[in-house]
Write a protein that binds this ligand. Structure first.
Ligand SMILES: C[S@@+](CC[C@H](N)C(=O)[O-])C[C@H]1O[C@@H](n2cnc3c(N)ncnc32)[C@H](O)[C@@H]1O
Length: 85
């Protein structure tokens, strides 16, 4: 969703975070990501029915995580969305 110009150095696949959250959490658990970055962990937590809190202190990350997480909350269909229904 970021396009080529806004691509950052360390993108992680949602499926990797899905595996970790599947092992470490249950539905409705609260997931805290205190280094939100592009928001992959929060996006996957949301799609998997976990509650989440994201903290980000570096302003240049906000153009990545804010629009992404707004879209996720509105029902974005990329990443693991189809797999988790
Ligand atoms: C690799 S990203 C994190 C990826 C993210 N957890 C995810 O699921 O996509 C690292 C982020 O940590 C942020 N960061 C670094 N130090 C921080 C701090 N002390 N408090 C909050 N965020 C911090 C950076 O701005 C960067 O956006």
């Amino acid at each position: 969703m970021f396009g080529r110009e806004d691509l950052f150095g360390t993108p992680k696949p949602e499926r990797l975070l899905q595996r970790i959250l599947h092992i470490a959490t249950n539905p409705n658990d609260l997931v805290l990501d205190s280094i939100l970055g592009s928001g992959t962990t929060a996006a996957v937590a949301h799609k998997m029915g976990r509650r989440w809190i994201g903290i980000e202190m570096v302003e240049h990350s906000l153009p990545h995580c804010l629009p992404r997480l707004r879209k996720v909350v509105e029902g974005e269909q990329g990443g693991i969305s189809a797999a988790v229904g």
